[in-house]
Design a protein around this ligand. Sequence first.
Ligand SMILES: NC(=O)C1=CN([C@@H]2O[C@H](COP(=O)(O)OP(=O)(O)OC[C@H]3O[C@@H](n4cnc5c(N)ncnc54)[C@H](O)[C@@H]3O)[C@@H](O)[C@H]2O)C=CC1
Ligand SMILES: CC(=O)[C@](C)(O)C(=O)O
Ligand SMILES: [Mg+2]
Ligand SMILES: [Mg+2]
Length: 354
Amino acid sequence: MAKINFGGVEEQVVTREEFPLEKAQEVLKDETVAVIGYGVQGPGQALNMKDNGIKVIVGQRQPSKSWDKAVEDGFIPGVDLFSIEEAVQKGTIICYLLSDAAQIAVWPTIKENLSPGKTLYFSHGFAVTYSDRTNIIPPKDVDVILVAPKGSGTSLRRLFVEGKGLNSSYAVHQDATGNAYSKAHALGIAVGSGYLFETTFKKEVYSDLTGERGSLMGAIQGLFEAQFTVLRERGHSPSEAFNETVEEFTQSLMPLIAENGMDWMYANCSTTAQRGALDWKDKFRDAVKPVFNQLYDSVASGEEAQRSIDSNSQPDYREKLEEELSELHNSEMWQAGAEVRKLRPENAQQPVES
Ligand SMILES: NC(=O)C1=CN([C@@H]2O[C@H](COP(=O)(O)OP(=O)(O)OC[C@H]3O[C@@H](n4cnc5c(N)ncnc54)[C@H](O)[C@@H]3O)[C@@H](O)[C@H]2O)C=CC1
Ligand SMILES: CC(=O)[C@](C)(O)C(=O)O
Ligand SMILES: [Mg+2]
Ligand SMILES: [Mg+2]
């Protein structure tokens, strides 16, 4: 493993250099990887592994949109696409990629078909860490590992196709065979990760739930909404408010942060902007830090997990979710956004000849 100094703290990292794809293929050569669930992570991981020469089968309930998608993506019923039960029986490594709430409902079927020596793989520490709420307690005679791509399954696939790779964290919860670590490393590389950093199931789920509720998804929408609303209330047009809140961030400034860090983005802005950003960043940090602590406490107490289990186990959770998402979609800010996106030169319609 490579030792990397992350800002003063040394960590072990698995890179493609010391764990190349050929090594992953060698570790997995006698394995059949059963990807259970073909929602968002399922397709990304299954297709990347398949393209990387790993024997992959898919287990998915039928009829369902996800089953149809698996067929569209080239999986053939009875050949490499099966019911969940059959796929677990045929697989030696079971990638449990149902939604976290569905994992609870389907667990008895998985457990029944997990014979000794098999590997149970998760992409989230949720099921195992909150086992008092999920009742998912793997038998002692199987390996239990995690590879959690740090991003959407959609990006995992897109970046792989472009020859790039998302990073993933990995962890071993149970090493029954003595080979759990090499399987975790091999699967991490096989699903298309750029590199792997080590974690535990608990650390993965605590940081992941904090991140998605916080700066990655929840906090960012809250922040955008607050600024957009203030600009609108102070008489700015929707296009100006949207451009100054979201479009400039995603199109101009965020790519610069991604490329070379915040200081470099600041360095490429005006001295006026730099002065203001440096003065105001601490005020914003101090305002939201208590909220982040509240969030972390709610994650650590299991409250967030319980809320997610309760709401996502409802039979009509999809309909309710669609309602909430369409509220966002129809808000003035994101309606303005839809128009702004259309006006990007690369999206602009060719002028119609008169
Ligand atoms: N969505 C993402 O990109 C990411 C997801 N993860 C983790 O990966 C795992 C899978 O997540 P997603 O791909 O988002 O799942 P998802 O919400 O897309 O669902 C996957 C599949 O579960 C099936 N399903 C739902 N309810 C079912 C039930 N009662 N019985 C049988 N099948 C059922 C659906 O048909 C669907 O194909 C989760 O542990 C999640 O936390 C981790 C990183 C990112
Ligand atoms: C994409 C990802 O890693 C998230 C946001 O944590 C998730 O979808 O659960
Ligand atoms: Mg998550
Ligand atoms: Mg995540």
